[in-house]
Design a protein around this ligand. Structure first.
Ligand code: ADP
Ligand code: MG
Length: 347
């Protein structure tokens, strides 16, 4: 059976878990990372260290793989495009380019009649003053943010300080009065060909995901809408691979899409233990053109993210046989850094 060698750009926990899933189905992986200590090198078949804009490194990477995917969205479009000229990059660089910018991402969603919170582009303090109707709101950098980085919460216009660096571009989003957050992880294999996980309920602390669980406690109406919107998004993007749609549910039970992650997602980590096929394996299968296997839930589950120095406790803990501890093997423990996770299945 043909098994391609898959290149993965990025060697964090997502790259590690992708490489691990690939290994289980006989696919070799080459991780390219600009971090010499990237934990992904513990999981991939081989590892290339270097800057993403170093042509010699990129050529070495391209020459050692059959096709390429990526674990994070903050890769310059020009780099993905260059790689794609020689080896297929999936999801397509154009899709990543659209989603990596919070403004073009929300414009796309609204164009296909999917509800988001109200938002506008902000480039200077005067534009902020003109958009008081979006306050309380969140001012976010249009690109390069993750885990709440690059975000300022604005409760009252008077609270604004001068810390905002207007050399960057921003989006101002109206604050949603949150009742709940959910996500849908979906893998698209081609025209109208999907494998999808049921909606996952998520709790964030400090804008970082803390817990996820299935089943989500939501109404049938919300479930149906979330599933339909996710399918529409994947189809409209002509997406290949796994993506995640993050949703907000407000106090009046309105559903909004928060953002799309053009990749596997932290809230889908529980699928490794709750389902017959994980979000990682489905991603590998879709991008490598392997057989699509019907994805089924085996257990309800809950996942806890292990952040910063909490990892020391979990490294020593003794686990029951329904508890699965994942240590990302990151070299340094840092405050607010995702260090591992624990999944507890409900047998
Ligand atoms: P990131 O790219 O860092 O994940 P998000 O835009 O998803 O950024 O924001 C992280 C979290 O912050 C969300 O999951 C949510 O809890 C909170 N948040 C972000 N935007 C809003 C908003 N407009 N209204 C209410 N909560 C928000
Ligand atoms: Mg998010």
């Amino acid at each position: 059976m043909y098994r391609p060698t898959l290149g993965i750009i990025g060697g964090g926990q997502l790259g590690s878990l992708l490489a691990d899933a690939a290994k289980k189905i006989g696919i070799k992986t080459v991780i390219l990372s600009d971090d010499i200590n990237a934990p992904g090198k513990n999981f991939s078949s081989s590892f290339i260290y270097g800057n993403y804009d170093d042509q010699v490194i990129i050529d070495e990477f391209i020459n050692s793989v059959d096709l390429v995917t990526y674990e994070f969205e903050n890769i310059p479009f020009s780099i993905l495009k260059k790689i794609d000229e020689k080896k297929t990059v999936l999801p397509k660089p154009e899709v990543n380019n659209l989603i990596q910018n919070r403004l073009t991402e929300k414009d796309f969603l609204n164009k296909i009649n999917i509800q988001t919170t109200k938002y506008t582009s902000i480039n200077n303090i005067d534009e902020l003053k003109e958009n008081k109707n979006l306050i309380p709101g969140l001012l976010k950098t249009t690109t390069l943010g993750y885990d709440g980085k690059g975000q300022y919460k604005i409760n009252k216009f008077e609270d604004l300080n001068n810390n905002i660096n207007f050399n960057k571009k921003y989006i101002l989003e109206k604050l949603v009065n949150l009742k709940k957050e959910i996500s849908v992880v979906i893998t698209r294999f081609g025209h109208q060909k999907f494998e999808m996980y049921e909606p996952i309920e998520n709790v964030h602390e400090d804008q970082i995901l803390k817990h996820s669980k299935v089943p989500a406690e939501i109404s049938e109406k919300i479930r149906e809408k979330a599933v339909n919107w996710s399918t529409l998004i994947a189809e409209e993007l002509d997406y290949i691979g796994t993506l995640c749609v993050e949703f907000f549910i407000d106090k009046n039970d309105n559903l909004y899409v928060n953002e799309i992650a053009p990749r596997v997602h932290n809230s889908g980590h529980l699928t490794i233990n709750s389902h017959n096929i994980s979000q990682f394996e489905n991603h590998i299968r879709a991008v490598c053109g392997l057989e699509k296997i019907q994805t089924k839930k085996m257990f309800n589950a809950k996942m806890i993210n292990i952040i910063g120095d909490e990892i020391s406790f979990y490294r020593k803990k003794i686990y029951k046989n329904n508890e699965f501890f994942f240590d990302y093997l990151k070299k340094d423990i840092k405050n607010k850094r995702k260090m591992g996770h624990l999944t507890i299945i409900n047998k």
